[in-house]
Design a protein around this ligand. Sequence first.
Ligand SMILES: *Cc1c(COP(=O)(O)O)cnc(C)c1O
Length: 350
Amino acid sequence: MSRFFSERYKDLSPYTPGEQPFMKKYVKLNTNESPFPPSPLTVGYAAKAAESLNLYCDPDQRLLRRALSEKYGVGEKNVICGNGSDEILDLCVNAYCGKDKPAVFADVTYGFYRVFAQRSGVPYRTVPLDAELHIDPRDYADCGGTVIIANPNAPTGAALYPEQIEGIIRSNPDNVVIVDEAYVDFGAESCVPLTKLYGNLIVTGTFSKSRSLAGGRLGYGIGAEELIADLDALRCSINPYNVNAMTQAAGIGCLKDDGYYAENCKRIVRTRAVMTDGLRRLGFRVADSLGNFVFAAHKTVPGRTVYEKLKENGVLVRYFGTDRISEYNRITVGSDGQTEALIGALERIL
Ligand SMILES: *Cc1c(COP(=O)(O)O)cnc(C)c1O
């Protein structure tokens, strides 16, 4: 870092994204992308929008917000779109955390929550998952901060029921609760309907996982009009063109082709069951997951060794190596072929 870098950022440790290999071909199961390409209709929408890239995109994201509002049964003013849901989550931390309002999230969860808090200079508090690596909703009752819950949680894959999250919302009338539903399409139940009942709830979602658009960068937030207006004020103070024209169009294309993406989710859920069985057969402890990934620890082989040996064998998975989860790897559920390659490589290694 240069001597000019602001004092504000002296403690900043940026998020480490999963590796994106450049030259070498891997069976890539490390960043929870979809193994399926976006549909031809989606690509067609993006290509059409590319013809008008001389013009700025719609800063109000009107067609995309309308399509999302129809999909989720909420009003157009209840929706905001971001450059990935990461951007929405960052706006939320900026909007709803401060000196006396720490961000509150699990000790084992999406690593970006901590980074957002650090970069915004707001305090944060972590709440330990229980011994089974589950969130205990009671830990969040009247918690005095802005709650962020990934549901299903990453990297564990465990989910709460909307009734449990509703309990958290009700017990925090003076705090905003953010529910990150990046993985909800793989089997958990969405809290979007609760946004109509509670003025302190924001649900975020992404097109990166279940809609094959990770590289397009598209996420959204859903909540009460006033909350969305807060986030929009911040968004337009940073970059009103945060979602580019091709991505806005691709998002509309995705929503028009909902059946294609729903079918892909079903395939992932089927493959997840096969993969879980295969891993258990090989001596892994695998928690039941509602995401497009599983979290697995081998009974005898250290987590880091599993990661390294798999990489030598051309399979990339995600190893975090942090405190409570140093024996675990998070493995994306890919195609059936990728899963066979994973299990085959593990059979050789073990
Ligand atoms: C992948 C992921 C996101 C955000 O993804 P974007 O690509 O920025 O939309 C958010 N939360 C969790 C828990 C994730 O795993």
